[in-house]
Design a protein around this ligand. Structure first.
Ligand SMILES: [Zn+2]
Length: 200
């Protein structure tokens, strides 16, 4: 049981997300981000499966066949697109990703940046959050418009950097009811009944 090390890892991440959130004017979410990681259902498996170089959820998955900590986490934290998976109104479609409100898309972005920074330690650069996303995106069950907005922000960070992206999110996303207008090439499109985000 690596209690202290796990505590430091999740706390370091939480503080970094908080700093990012404060820069975009997301104060309440910055304070409460990932608080459920300190509850026994997530904290205990986190200590038991602590490895240091990757998420303990992966180790728990390999050992038990599922991650009880993650199942507990994703049901309570709205900045994960997995929280927003629900039954579609179209009966045949089954479960699908619902459109995430602006403020949680913003928090998801801050979470991804902080996770890349901590994972890469001193070797972080602004291209890594996009790179990480590109590796996993095909498996995402996420609403096409939310996917398009997330991709737009990740490409913005990749090309224009952190200061520009923070300023954009603060101005056009946080506190806004509707998603911002984004270039056509990022817009969601449907292909053969399957929801797809734009590639570039
Ligand atoms: Zn989280």
């Amino acid at each position: 049981m690596k209690i202290w090390k796990h505590f430091l890892t999740i706390t370091e991440h939480k503080i970094l997300v908080m700093r990012h959130c404060f820069r975009i004017g997301l104060y309440r979410q910055g304070l409460f981000h990932d608080l459920s990681k300190y509850m026994p259902s997530e904290f205990i498996p986190g200590c038991r499966y602590y490895q240091g170089y990757r998420s303990p959820n992966n180790a728990e998955r390999e050992d038990r066949g599922y991650s009880s900590a993650w199942l507990h986490h994703k049901g309570r934290n709205k900045h994960h697109y997995e929280y927003w998976i629900d039954y579609s109104l179209e009966p045949r479609k089954g479960m699908t990703g619902m459109k995430m409100p602006n403020r949680y898309v913003a928090e998801m972005m801050m979470d991804r940046m902080a996770a890349s920074k901590i994972y890469k330690k001193g070797r972080y650069n602004q291209h890594q959050p996009l790179c990480y996303y590109e590796k996993g995106k095909d498996g995402y069950m996420i609403h096409p418009e939310t996917r398009a907005l997330l991709e737009y922000l990740l490409h913005m960070l990749d090309k224009k950097g952190e200061d520009y992206t923070f300023a954009y999110i603060r101005r056009y996303i946080v506190g806004k009811k509707e998603y911002p207008r984004i270039p056509d090439r990022y817009k969601a499109r449907k292909e053969a009944g399957k929801e797809m985000g734009s590639k570039k």
